[in-house]
Write a protein that binds this ligand. Structure first.
Ligand SMILES: *Cc1c(COP(=O)(O)O)cnc(C)c1O
Length: 433
């Protein structure tokens, strides 16, 4: 069956979409509001590249906002989906794929003794917060400015790129009484953390944190900071939740918790774990997880949770990571881009920070290293936008916002990386013209 929209250009599609879908998009950052101009539509994607509805090929550093660590349309993942498809798309009963998935997650992610599958990262963090509250019988939670945990009511406070892009850090429609249970602290600030616990010693159910905040550019923890979060939580009976929706299987098979050797009580997962299909998961200590229905009093459910197609795709994606162990190569590619961009910025006299970890990097056009949300905001957006548009015209797609992280996949070849560096360096020269 051919779709009536199949042969339309990006401009034609966007014009129709604007009449039918709020803002023409199903997720706000896609609308290009931050960088200006109209978004392109993607007709197909293969390996490191997107092909737009206008026939342009782009080397992709968005990688579907993180999931596509193997690049697009990887054969093994597609075959796993096809095989599952032959057996049916949804059963509404337990299925063998769910168990295979759970085995892998428990094996790979240090904190996870038991895991429950959901359909998005948002559901994962929402459920982890509810579980932490049920477990501790407390209400308050701590989150950090600039960290995004999905569009959960009580977490949509100082929530990073999507909200930033729209210039509305807090969403309308979230009752102030919900947000009042959320304490927002600056990341990497031990004194602020200690002050919050001094003020509310027995009231804080959970700390939720992106251990490497990656939704306001990319911010890395100062030495000892994540361990400090661990220690404070242990001391106060507070549940430590690592939101590894972005970093899980991205910076290491076991995520930041493996890399940094700090083990949270609960972990939220998403993105890569779905192999490109809509999946999330949360897991952790069995003692806490066993409070979930049907065993315990914390309710959580999902009609399509553990969907066989999504599980098959996710298992295939994880198995490729296990057998190929691409992390050293990805780290080298990330460092190559970082070193090249920082070198050229220096020559040009441009203020540029390129925080990078493994296959994640971000561009902050600012003088000093970025350690928290406030300093991320000092990044010169117009410089980023100049580079973004130059790159897009020249075949390189960066995230369409100065406050997002770029992702490299295993499908990016050496020549892709070299071509990217050349284009971005020319883009930076455009700033100085
Ligand atoms: C993307 C993301 C989410 C939300 O996941 P969705 O699948 O978009 O709901 C939550 N937390 C982090 C850290 C993310 O990067």
């Amino acid at each position: 069956m051919a779709l009536s929209t199949e042969y339309l250009t990006s401009a034609e599609l966007f014009e129709r979409a604007l009449e039918l879908i709020p803002g023409g998009v199903n997720s706000p950052v896609r609308a290009f509001r931050s960088v200006g101009g109209a978004p392109f539509f993607t007709r197909s994607a293969q390996a490191s590249r997107l092909t737009t509805a206008d026939g342009q090929e782009l080397i992709d550093y968005v990688c579907t906002w993180g999931p596509a660590i193997h690049g697009h349309n990887r054969l093994e993942v597609r075959e796993a989906i096809a095989q599952a498809l032959n057996r049916g798309t949804s059963f509404g009963t337990p299925n063998p794929y769910e168990v295979a998935m759970a085995e892998r997650v428990v094996e790979l992610v240090p904190s996870v003794e038991k895991v429950r599958m959901v359909n998005s990262g948002t559901e994962a963090t929402m459920s982890a917060i509810r579980l932490a509250r049920g477990y501790t019988k407390r209400n308050k939670i701590i989150k950090f400015a600039g960290c995004y945990h999905g569009h959960v009511d009580s977490l949509l406070v100082a929530a990073g790129s999507g909200a930033l892009t729209l210039g509305t850090p807090d969403s309308a429609g979230v009752p102030p009484s919900f947000a009042a249970e959320t304490i927002v602290l600056p990341y990497n600030d031990v004194a602020a953390l200690e002050a919050a616990f001094a003020e509310h010693p027995d009231e804080i159910a959970a700390i939720i944190v992106e251990p490497y905040p990656a939704n306001c550019g990319l911010i890395l923890p100062l030495p000892g900071y994540l361990q400090k979060l661990r220690d404070v939580c242990t001391q106060h009976g507070t549940v430590l939740i690592f939101d590894e929706v972005m970093t899980g299987f991205r910076v290491a098979l076991g995520g930041v918790q493996e890399r940094e050797g700090v083990t949270p009580d609960l972990t939220a997962l998403g993105k890569i774990i779905g192999g490109g299909l809509p999946v999330g998961a949360f897991g952790g200590k069995a003692e806490i997880m066993d409070l979930l229905a049907p065993l315990g009093p914390v309710y959580q459910a999902g009609t399509l949770s553990g969907n066989p197609l999504a599980m098959a795709a996710g298992v295939a994606a994880l198995d490729l990571l296990i057998t190929e162990d691409p992390y050293t190569r990805l780290e080298a590619a990330g460092a190559q881009i970082r070193d090249a961009l920082e070198g050229v910025a220096k020559e040009l006299g441009l203020p540029l920070q390129v925080p990078q970890v493994g296959s994640m990097f971000a561009l902050f056009f600012t003088e000093a290293p970025v350690t928290q949300f406030e300093s991320a905001l000092t990044s010169d957006k117009s410089m980023f936008n100049t580079v973004f548009h130059y790159a897009l015209e020249n075949g390189v797609y960066l995230p369409p916002s100065a406050y997002e992280t770029c992702f490299i996949s295993t499908a990016h070849t050496n020549s892709d990386i070299e071509q990217t560096i050349e284009v971005l360096c020319h883009g930076m020269k455009e700033i100085t013209r």
